[in-house]
Design a protein around this ligand. Structure first.
Ligand code: SF4
Length: 220
């Protein structure tokens, strides 16, 4: 981390807070298994199609490990058709449901009671669950002090110069966690996503209109 990053990080957060609304955590949290299913559907998929696919699925099948483990894969695929990679995602959802049922007593409630690292390790052992998905569940559902790094958070953190371009998931996460306080993690996650979607897009970022342009080393 470079000198001055802490001050810049504070100013970035303050500026983004004045520009974007942060949803209440209760709106995105809820039952951890449902959040897991939604997160798997959302991978490389626009928010609107994620919502459609999730709603389709909830109308066809009970969104529980048992319901999805016992569901016909074709039925899951039909529901997820509007989302990209629907075959792959359907297979992951079915397999992860079977594993939760078989190895974890059909519940993800351990995320509330287990210490953070233990809960994280258990989640990471599940098929199709990577660090981002695990951290989303831990923060959104159990309020654990982790800052999930999705594609937008990763890109924005690098362009703002908080982490080197080549930094991997853990380096980005730990750097952001050290720049902000646990109480701010959810807010930072959501605000960096908003910045990444509206201005700091992967292609053709809108530097000239960006609200944190004055704090960004990549604005040219
Ligand atoms: S100035 Fe450009 S690179 Fe920097 S955060 Fe804004 S859009 Fe991203």
């Amino acid at each position: 981390m470079k000198e001055g990053d802490r001050v810049r990080a504070r100013l970035v957060l303050k500026t983004l807070e004045s520009k974007f609304k942060v949803p209440s955590i209760s709106k995105v949290a809820g039952d951890p298994f449902k959040v897991l299913v939604r997160t798997i559907i959302s991978q490389s998929t626009a928010e609107i199609n994620t919502r459609r696919a999730y709603e389709n699925l909830s109308k066809k099948v009970a969104l529980t490990p048992k319901g999805l483990a016992e569901a016909d894969i074709k039925e899951i695929e039909e529901a997820l058709f509007v989302a990209g990679l629907y075959r792959n995602k359907s297979r992951i959802i079915k397999t992860v449901s079977e594993t939760i049922l078989k190895d974890l007593g059909g519940s993800l409630d351990f995320i509330y009671s287990d210490p953070l690292e233990e809960a994280r390790e258990k989640l990471l052992r599940l098929p199709g669950v990577g660090p981002k998905t695990a951290d989303i569940l831990l923060l959104f559902c159990a309020g654990k002090p982790v800052l999930p790094v999705d594609t937008h958070v990763n890109r924005v953190s690098k362009r703002l110069g908080f982490v080197p371009e080549k930094a991997g998931y853990e380096e980005v996460r730990k750097t952001l966690e050290s720049l902000y306080t646990p109480k701010e993690y959810f807010k930072v996650h959501m605000l960096f996503i908003s910045l990444g979607r509206k201005f700091c897009r992967a292609l053709n970022p809108k530097h000239a209109e960006c609200p944190v342009r004055h704090l960004c080393p990549s604005k040219t």
